[in-house]
Structure formats: structure tokens, C-alpha cells
Design a protein around this ligand. Structure first.
Ligand code: ARG
Length: 540
């Protein structure tokens, strides 16, 4: 609100060439509150007005005038604006205590498709899949909060030549009982064994190819085994989703597209995009400096790319999405660039709405956490241990794991450490949960009336922090980065805890107003944590 007012006045003062929208973008928040609440730098105007910035700032400062400005000053080329604290506080507290504070409508009910989690059957759920699940889930919540309709799709890795290998391995070393007891462990063990022995024994690879052919032809035994593996794997994955309290609108894997790729290939053919290359069919992407996208291998089988192309076309038909987000680790950047360019070349205008939301790796002692090579950390164990360390509270334990992930800018790697996740002192989930519970217990200590006319200069920084929330929910979605919210909540909590340390909130003077402020903090913390996919705990 205040920024719009300032921008309109600036446009009026500076003249036609400057639009309020552009001027609003120039407004800054001063580092020190002694320099006001909002600053307008005048350096970029020097050329235009042929004056030095300080003189311009003085002119502007003299002409700015509105009841919500308590004061303005010109300093070092900036106009510093001091807002009327009581007016603003009243305005902000009214809004921030509302359950929908920070909600936006700019999504207009359009759909945002999210491709998230996407683990591979018969393999353990990796840390990369965990990151995708947590980031994707939060982005879905943010999309909804910005007025979109999110569609969360779990694109299970349930197809490809590796399943032929797996079936061949099962035929040799598989065992029904172990499969029932610990399916993922057994399947991944025999899979690893298959690849080790295949180095010495080419007939194994041959057998794998054979099994894949049987699977593709829909032969009964192969199909039955495959769907059994799939089911058992999904059951295992579901345990993790339950612990995280995450659901999907659609669980649809790669295999769903196994008989639908013909149409995609026909489209590419018809557009004249397919080229022969050493017996394979590819789409060349030389003009983008990208390697060709492999569509059909020389042995006639389709690829991961062909399935993604087919799925993308299918998703657009079903949802007419405004955006389609692929929450997948940054090692697949090239793949998604290729997919998008192929679709663009094929004339699909919506291809530009597809975005790869890439993220960094989970590290342990600075090295990639892998599900093989002994660096295995099973996710269920992680969540279980987090719960134990959080005094048996699953919401705090799981929340700690989620927050530890989301507080990092998504592109960065994350060092995995249960100790760091679970301390109450650092920038952690438990710290936020604790702040929240503390605020809740304050409001339970006294009956109070809702009063927004707080007059307390020492609350100003906290109030201003509350005021930022709507901008932050928007920015988090636009940047597709939940860490915007995570860092915001940490700041909000710091401001609240500082205020709490220096103010007797339950003192009779303005108790209603102060508790209304606390109520606003509670509302925003709760909403913010929910947008990250965390549950709040009322008592700790
Ligand atoms: N299952 C794949 C993997 O684990 C990830 C799939 C990502 N989504 C997609 N549409 N390609 O690497």
C-alpha cells in the first residue's frame, strides 16, 4: 500500500517519463531504521535532470506529502521516508491477523502441474527424491496460495530396459519370502548383483533384453512380476509419504506411456524433425548448441526422453497448464532443456511454460549421499531417528527434516546433519516450532480483546516484518523457491523473540494490543510453516 502511494507521488513529481510501476521497483528498504522505512535512491535521475542526486532528493523530499508519512529527509542522494507508525501498525495488524493473510489471486484459477518425487521402483527412495518431494510439495502449496490450482503428479520410474535386467535377476536369484519382507532391499541387491555378474557373463545381458521384450509385448508372467514389484515398491514409498504427510493428485509412471509414444513419434516425423543417426532416430538441436535428443534407439526401443515428451503432451491436453514444473535434481538439466526445445520445434507454444525446477545434492561429509556404496541412509530411518530425537514428536521430527532442506536456496547443495536439524538454538525447524508454541502459550495466559491500535515504538520492526509476508509468498512462488519463506520465518521469529525479551507483554498497559500483535505472529508463523509442508505444534 505505502509503496503504491509513494510510487504514484514520485511519478507525479518526476513527470510523465517515469511510470509508477518502474518507480515502485526502485524503492529500497534501508539497512538501518535510522534511515527511515523506505528509501528512494535518486542516482539514476542525475543524467535526466542534469542535477546531482542529492539536489534531486531534496526537491523530491520537499514535495512528498501524505498522511501516512511521518517524515521525509534527503540524505546522500536518497529520499528517506519515515512512515506513520501508529497508522501503519493498525493497518498491518488488521490484515496480519486474518487467516488468509498473504494470499494472492494472480493465479486466476489456472493450473500449475508439478512433477515431483518420482522415485524408481525396485530401488530405494533416494535423498534426491526426498528433496524433490519436499520442494515440490511446498511449491504446490505456494501455487495454491497464489490462486492457482496445483496438480501434483508422481511420475514413478517404472519403465525401461533396466526392468528387463531386474526380471532376469529375479528369475535367477529372487525369492518370494524375502520379496515380501523387504522388497526394496532384495530387489536392489539382485539388481546390483546382476550388473556385477553381467560384466563377466554377457548371456545375462542377453537374458535381460529378452525379459524386457517379453514385458513390452505384454507377456503374462513378465507383466505379473512387473506389477508385483511395482505394487510392493509403491507400498514402501507410501510409508514415506505418510510420514511426510504428502499426497499426490495423480500417481502415473513412465509405463503409462509405453503404448502412447507412437503418436509422439508420428508428430515429430510429420513435422520433419526426425533424423536417422547410426540406426537411431534423433531430433537435432544444433541451433541451440545442444546434443541431439534420442527418440528411438537403434535396437528399436524408446527412451526416457520419448516418454517425457509424450507425458508433456498428455499433460497439456488434460490440464491446459499455465506452468508445468519439473522438480528434479540439477543433474537432469540437459534432459529438460532438450525436451523443451524438441516440443518448441514441434510447434507447441506451451513448451515455454515448462520449467525445470532444479535443485542441488544432499551431501554427507561433503560428498554426494548415494544409496549405494555404503553411504546408504534409509529415509525411513532418518525420519524415525528425527522423531526420537525430537522427544518422540513426529511433527517436530519430520518438520525438522523438511525445514533443514527448505531453508537452503534450492540450487545449493545441502549438507545432511541430524544434529544441525534438531537443535533449538540454530536456524532450525524446532526453533520455529518452539517460537510458535511460546507465542501460543502467551495468548492462552490472558483473555484479550482484538485491538489493533497498538502504540509501541519497540514493536515497529516486528510489525514491519509481518507486513512483508504477502510480498514473500509471491516472491517464493515467482522464484519457485520455498527458502524465501523459510528465511522469512526465521527473521520473523528473531524479531518476535527480541520483542518478547524486552517487553512485558502481559503488562496491563496495552495488553490487548500487544496480544493482538502476538496473535498476528502466530497466524503468520502457522501459515508460513504450513506453506513449507510443516505441521505446527501447540505445546512443546
Ligand atoms: N525417476 C526419475 C529419476 O529418479 C525422475 C523423473 C523426473 N521426472 C520426469 N518427468 N522426468 O531420475
Amino acid at each position: 500500500m505505502e509503496k503504491e502511494i509513494i510510487a504514484l507521488q514520485l511519478a507525479h513529481i518526476l513527470g510523465e517519463e517515469f511510470t509508477p510501476e518502474d518507480l515502485k521497483q526502485k524503492l529500497e528498504q534501508p539497512k538501518h531504521s535510522s534511515h527511515g522505512d523506505i528509501a528512494f535512491p535518486c542516482f539514476f535521475l542525475a543524467r535526466h535532470f542534469r542535477k546531482n542526486p542529492q539536489n534531486i532528493a531534496e526537491d523530491v523530499s520537499a514535495q512528498l506529502n501524505h498522511p501516512i508519512f511521518a517524515d521525509t529527509e534527503a540524505l546522500h542522494g536518497y529520499v528517506n521516508i519515515f512512515l506513520d507508525q501508529s497508522f501503519m501498525t493498525d493497518h498491518i495488524l488488521r490484515r496480519a491477523t486474518h487467516i488468509d493473510y498473504g494470499r494472492h489471486r494472480f493465479g486466476n484459477g489456472e493450473r500449475v502441474v508439478l512433477d515431483l518425487s518420482a522415485p524408481n521402483i525396485a530401488k530405494p527412495f533416494s535423498m534426491g527424491h526426498l528433496r524433490s518431494t519436499i520442494i515440490g510439495n511446498s511449491l504446490g502449496l505456494l501455487a495454491e496460495y497464489c490462486g492457482y490450482k496445483p496438480v501434483k503428479i508422481n511420475y514413478i520410474g517404472d519403465y525401461g530396459t533396466q526392468f528387463g535386467h531386474l526380471l532376469a535377476a529375479y528369475e535367477r536369484w529372487g525369492d518370494k519370502d524375502t520379496l515380501q519382507e523387504n522388497p526394496l532391499k532384495m530387489l536392489s541387491d539382485i539388481y546390483v548383483r546382476f550388473h556385477e555378474e553381467a560384466k563377466q557373463n554377457p548371456s545375462l545381458t542377453e537374458a535381460g533384453r529378452d525379459w524386457f521384450k517379453r514385458l513390452e509385448e505384454g507377456e503374462e508372467e513378465a507383466a505379473a512380476l512387473w506389477s508385483r514389484f511395482r505394487e510392493l515398491s509403491l507400498e514402501e514409498f507410501d510409508k514415506i509419504y505418510k510420514q511426510l504427510d504428502i499426497t499426490f493428485d495423480l500417481t502415473r509412471g513412465e509405463a503409462y506411456y509405453s503404448d502412447k509414444m507412437g503418436e509422439t513419434i508420428a508428430i515429430l516425423e510429420e513435422k520433419g524433425l526426425l533424423e536417422q543417426s547410426e540406426g537411431a532416430l534423433v531430433v537435432r538441436l544444433d541451433e541451440y548448441d545442444l546434443p541431439p535428443c534420442l527418440i528411438v534407439k537403434s535396437n528399436g526401443t524408446t527412451t526416457y526422453a520419448t516418454r517425457d515428451l509424450t507425458a508433456a503432451i498428455d499433460r497439456y491436453r488434460a490440464y491446459h497448464f499455465a506452468e508445468s514444473l519439473y522438480v528434479v535434481g540439477n543433474e537432469q538439466t540437459l534432459h529438460f532443456e532438450q525436451i523443451r526445445k524438441v516440443l518448441e520445434k514441434a510447434g507447441f507454444l506451451w513448451a515455454s511454460s515448462m520449467k525445470h525446477i532444479s535443485f542441488g545434492m544432499m551431501l554427507q561429509d561433503g560428498k554426494k549421499m548415494s544409496t549405494r556404496k555404503g553411504r546408504t541412509i534409509l529415509l525411513e530411518d532418518v525420519l524415525e531417528e528425527a522423531r526420537e530425537r525430537a522427544g518422540g514428536n513426529a511433527d517436530i521430527g519430520t518438520g525438522a527434516v523438511i525445514f533443514h532442506d527448505l531453508k537452503h536456496q534450492r540450487q545449493n547443495d545441502v549438507e545432511f546433519s541430524l544434529d544441525d536439524m534438531l537443535t533449538f538454538e540454530g536456524n532450525t525447524g524446532p526453533y520455529l516450532q518452539y517460537t510458535y508454541a511460546r507465542a501460543v502459550s502467551l495468548t492462552e495466559k490472558a483473555d484479550f480483546d482484538f485491538r489493533t491500535d497498538l502504540k509501541d515504538g519497540s514493536a515497529w520492526e516486528l510489525v514491519k516484518q509481518l507486513h512483508l509476508f504477502p510480498d514473500e509468498t509471491k516472491r517464493a512462488f515467482i522464484q519457485k523457491d520455498p527458502s524465501v519463506i523459510a528465511r522469512y520465518l526465521l527473521k520473523l521469529s528473531k524479531h518476535f523473540n527480541q520483542y518478547y525479551a524486552h517487553t512485558k507483554i502481559l503488562q496491563t498497559d496495552q495488553m490487548n494490543q500487544r496480544l493482538t500483535l502476538v496473535q498476528a505472529v502466530i497466524t503468520v508463523l502457522k501459515k508460513g510453516l504450513h506453506l513449507l509442508g510443516m505441521k505446527t505444534v501447540e505445546k512443546m
